[in-house]
Design a protein around this ligand. Structure first.
Ligand code: BG6
Length: 507
């Protein structure tokens, strides 16, 4: 069996529309957005009546912009694309050079969008992708409103996709929401989280609600605790300036990790309609009580990598990276213990950890079941049984495995832990994907299920605000506190050890 994840039998091309990309000269457009559009085209899901308009400050022309895209797409991993199809995409791609704060540039943009409507019959439908620094989000939305580009009249739609980070704390997220809502209705706002574009993340809901055998045991009666890890082996790369202000907590937790928490912990929604799903996600976050300062000190660990202590490859300390202060207090690692105070999860801790310069790249959710009530194998060498564990591997080896005890063959009773293992690529093959295909397609067809709703986002910040407050009041004194290439500071292990548990060792 081979998969084409996108070409599902009942998927039709999206309806006519134009896509406007703000920050079109940047990395995201070349590395993700355009390759994703190519993959959609190869799967027959891109509308025939379509146009792309790039808008950025860089002094490019439509020709040089097309050339840049062409070079990148030739070298990126996209589905085999008929050269004629690619040419037809390029032919309908345009560039406008302008300042995001300059009203006149938006008039030019408006003319271009209207011309595309006429030339490519895009039906007056448009979506704007804000691939820009967060400081421009509200300004661009305000300008779009002023230029009359986001009004929805006579059945035409207009939507805005906003990249993360959405705010840097609760107040700024609220303020940003208030500002963009002066111009846009909530149904026009698509706050993107690229984790939701990952097949394995989408599969969490299918796994839980498309099978009858897991849901009955998905409760405190059977589950001991949940561990979620998003480990990266890379350092801060060329993003020091951004990361200095963000840090690991803001960069990964309110968005990517909380998506994994909510999909794992949510109650079954009444349907897969956007609001039904997002309602259940919001309820999970509302059940997590904001921490007291004592909780923060006890249950929230931060770390920063120093240079590697051993190994052939010498890795630099975070403080030695480009655009990072030599005495930086920014965390590159966090480990958190969360309690979801609801009927299903009371007493089942969720442990989260994420960091840069860890020994390997791996994102996974480990559901650790309770031990058997007692060890039945008396008078045998078996003294302790390993609890069952369900592992949802998000990346890089996408799959799901369930471990259980089995008798090791032989005359003496010995138990070993074995795995039932499902690997995505073995079953379905691998289709080139940037992770943005489904999200762009969903925006074009108006399905916001995989996008973040205001209240979900604000609930996430509410949980983390006490952590931000305590951490900013008490700057770290022991940074750097883990070596590049190790599994984080000793406090992360201690957090688990206090509960009589330990982090799963990632093979
Ligand atoms: C981004 C963060 O949102 O997600 C990065 O800003 C991080 O710091 C990245 O590296 C991780 O995404 P992925 O898809 O590689 O797990």
């Amino acid at each position: 069996m081979h998969r084409d994840a996108l070409a599902k039998p009942n998927n039709l091309p999206a309806g006519p529309c134009a896509m406007v990309i703000f920050g079109a000269s940047g990395d995201l457009t070349r590395r993700k957005l355009i390759p994703a559009l190519c993959n959609l085209a190869a799967a027959g899901l891109l509308p025939a009546r379509f146009a792309i308009i790039g808008f950025a400050f860089d002094p490019l022309t439509t020709d040089s912009f097309r050339k840049q895209l062409n070079d990148e797409v030739q070298s990126s991993e996209t589905a085999p694309l008929d050269p004629k199809l690619w040419d037809s995409i390029l032919e309908r791609t345009f560039y406008i050079q302008g300042d995001f704060k300059d009203g006149a540039a938006y008039q030019q943009l408006k003319e271009k969008v209207e011309q595309a409507d006429r030339d490519y019959q895009t039906g007056g439908n448009r979506f704007f992708y804000l691939a820009v620094a967060p400081m421009f989000f509200s300004e661009i939305v305000r300008q779009l409103g002023q230029a009359g580009l986001v009004q929805q009249q006579s059945g035409h739609w207009s939507r805005v996709i906003i990249e993360k980070p959405f705010g840097h704390d609760l107040d700024s997220a609220r303020q940003l929401n208030a500002e963009i809502k002066k111009v846009l209705d909530e149904t026009q706002i698509y706050r993107i989280d690229h984790y939701l574009g990952k097949e394995t993340v989408q599969n969490i809901m299918v796994f839980r609600f498309g099978n009858s055998i897991f849901e009955p045991i998905w409760t405190r009666s059977f589950i001991d605790h949940v561990q979620i890890t998003a480990a990266e082996s890379v350092g801060v790369e060329h993003r020091g300036a951004y990361y200095e202000r963000a840090g690991a907590l803001r960069d990964m937790v309110p968005n990517h990790l909380f998506q994994l928490v909510t999909l794992t912990a949510m109650e079954p929604p009444i349907s897969f309609e956007a609001d039904a799903v997002r309602q259940k996600q919001a309820e999970v976050l509302h059940s997590i009580q904001p921490s007291s300062p004592e909780d923060v000190l006890q249950n929230m660990v931060r770390g920063q990598y120093g240079e590697s202590s051993d190994g052939a490859e010498r890795l630099a300390a975070y403080r030695a990276e480009a655009n990072v202060a030599p005495d930086s207090g920014t965390e590159t690692f966090v480990a958190l213990r969360l309690s979801i105070d609801n009927w299903r999860w009371a007493g089942v801790p969720f442990y989260l950890r994420t960091g840069k310069r860890l020994p390997k790249r791996a994102t996974e959710i480990a559901i650790q079941f309770r031990r058997t009530p007692f060890v039945l194998f008396r008078n045998t060498p078996v003294k302790e049984l390993q609890p069952n564990r369900l592992l949802i591997r998000i990346q890089p080896d996408e799959g799901i495995s369930l471990s259980f005890g089995a008798k090791v063959p032989g005359p003496v009773m010995h138990l070993g832990l074995v795995n039932m293992d499902f690997e995505y690529t073995r079953y379905f093959g691998s289709a080139p994907s940037t992770g943005y295909e489904r999200l762009l397609y969903d925006c074009m067809i108006g399905d916001a299920t995989l996008f973040q709703r205001t209240d979900v986002l604000e609930a996430a910040w509410k949980i983390l605000q006490p952590v931000l407050d305590v951490w900013s009041a008490l700057p770290p004194r022991n940074f750097p506190n883990y070596s590049a290439g190790s599994w984080g500071p000793p406090e992360a292990a201690a957090l688990m050890a206090r509960d009589g548990r330990e982090w799963r060792e990632l093979e």
